[in-house]
Write a protein that binds this ligand. Structure first.
Ligand SMILES: [Zn+2]
Length: 499
């Protein structure tokens, strides 16, 4: 039994001007063959689940399983993938697939929200290419991020798709293990996955996408309850990624049964109807900067302010200053903000630790996230910017590299960590590895919406999602869409849908 593994993961924010290029993949992950095992075996990522799941199954089934890692590319969330980059990635992937020889099945890891300049449904495009290459009979089982904008082409290309069931995403490895098991059972002829997807015409606001909070908690409960039926192999809730101007933008559900189309359709319909009935509770709940800081005043324990307009995990610039400037101006909280600004790191390095100097930090990538924060800072310390996270955190990664980093402090008790690479706030090691105690701050700004919570809840009992402006602004109705579906709730709030 020869089983191939391919991953191509990118969340593309089409509202960003700068395209994503090959170098953005090379600097995070572009791996072939055994490099894939060394990068992902044992990890919390779904690719770790694929590899380790197959390894484990090879001891429990009579067939010999040969794991054939083929191709993996991953970049940080950023702009639309350039045509050149996309064609190169596909060429590399398909050449490696050719080299892999005959396969009995493939495990695939698309993100589900990838957009390239030529192929807006980029995941549908690459999954179709793999399907064309291996033919209709070889089973293809894929995992995906619930922040996918699922397309009919993705569904048509695969035998089954399983989305992570948590946000923050903490079950990526489990989904990888589950996909491996389903694939092996399929190859052995013990099951024949039958997948149905339904696309209710609605988009769920990013701030309503935390699975422990109402109303998603209710929808997840319904999905989990369905799984108690042994005739359902798996089901998924696709939340959607609002920052992609594509026809697929929005939410969906998936159900997979063993051979039974009408049963799969029934489960998917029940879940889709439930999602639709909750649509009014899935709209954005918006708190201004001023109101958020008002809410912080009576709180005695650390508060995490989630900077939704500069959501790095949604592709944003990581140098938005709106909260930093307000905290500096108020001079009232012991606060922490991390900003991406390689120029300031270099300037500070030329001056050295212990000195005081004026810097203009952040606000340089675009004009969407506030002007630079110009202030006098004490240069506290320099760091290499590499850190390791041992716990299961959103994204499933353990190794991080934010590049050379400087810690600056204003006279107003605002600590600004300045990085030379954009970094997602998914680990408190980011702060503690730079000799700072996260629990010592009254306010910690994290540039995200839900993902940072997995790490930050260790020190912050309070979270406030702040409606800052920017390329990931929480109110999707403010974004200028040209290609989305019509009608689509909440853009057309009176939209009707028959289920
Ligand atoms: Zn996601």
């Amino acid at each position: 039994m020869r089983i191939g593994i391919i991953g191509l993961l990118h969340e593309s924010n089409t509202f960003l001007a700068k395209p994503t290029e090959l170098v953005d993949f090379e600097s995070v992950s572009l791996a072939f063959g055994s490099e894939i095992q060394s990068q992902f075996s044992g990890s919390h990522h779904e690719l770790g689940g694929f590899l380790d799941g197959l390894e484990e199954l090879s001891h429990s089934v009579t067939d010999t399983i040969e794991i054939v890692p083929i191709f993996v590319a991953r970049a940080l969330p950023s702009g639309t993938v350039s045509a050149t980059c996309w064609n190169r990635l596909l060429d590399l992937m398909l050449a490696q697939l050719e080299l892999a020889g005959a396969l009995d099945g493939l495990l695939l890891a698309p993100h589900g929200a990838t957009v390239s300049e030529e192929y807006p449904d980029a995941d549908g495009h690459w999954l179709e290419k793999v399907r064309e290459k291996v033919g209709p009979k070889i089973p293809l089982i894929a995992t995906c991020d619930p922040h996918a904008n699922l397309s009919a082409r993705m569904v048509a290309a695969c035998d089954a798709i399983l989305a992570y069931r948590t946000n923050p995403h903490l079950d990526q490895r489990q989904r990888g293990l589950q996909a491996a098991e389903l694939l092996v059972l399929t190859i052995r002829g013990e099951i024949t996955p039958c997948m149905q997807a339904i696309f209710p015409p609605m988009a769920i606001s990013i701030d309503r996408q935390m699975n422990e909070e109402w109303p998603l908690s209710e929808l997840c409960r319904a999905a989990d309850e369905q799984l108690e039926n042994p005739d359902l192999l798996t089901n998924s809730i696709i939340l959607g990624f609002p920052y992609a101007d594509v026809p697929e933008m929005g939410s969906a559900v998936i159900a997979v049964t063993n051979k039974n189309v009408s049963l799969a359709k029934g489960y998917a319909e029940d879940l889709a109807n439930k999602m639709w009935s909750l649509r009014h509770d899935f709209v954005a709940y918006l708190v201004s900067i001023e109101d958020a800081l008002d809410q912080c005043r009576p709180l005695r324990e650390p508060v995490c302010l989630l900077d939704m307009g500069d959501n790095v995990g949604g592709g944003s610039s990581a140098d938005g200053t709106l909260l930093a400037r307000e905290l500096d101006r108020l001079n009232e909280f012991v606060a922490f903000v991390c900003l991406y600004d390689p120029q300031v790191v270099n300037e500070a390095e030329a001056i050295g630790t212990g000195h005081i100097a004026t810097f203009s930090v952040g606000g340089k990538t675009d004009d969407l996230h506030g002007d630079p924060l110009t202030a006098e800072f004490e240069i506290i310390s320099f760091h290499e910017g590499r850190f390791r996270e041992a716990e299961v955190r959103h994204g499933g990664f353990a190794e991080f590299d934010q590049g050379k980093t400087v810690v600056l402090k204003t006279k107003t008790a605002l600590t600004v960590m300045v990085t030379s690479r954009r970094m997602v706030p998914f680990s408190l090691q980011q702060i503690s590895s730079c000799d700072l105690d996260p629990a010592s701050f009254q306010i910690l700004v994290a540039k995200g919406v839900n993902a940072p919570i997995a790490a930050y809840r260790e020190v912050c009992p309070h979270f406030i999602r702040v409606n800052t402006s920017g390329s990931t602004c929480a109110d999707m109705t403010q974004l200028d869409f040209a290609h989305r579906r019509h009608p689509l709730f909440p853009f057309e709030p009176e939209s009707d849908w028959g289920g």
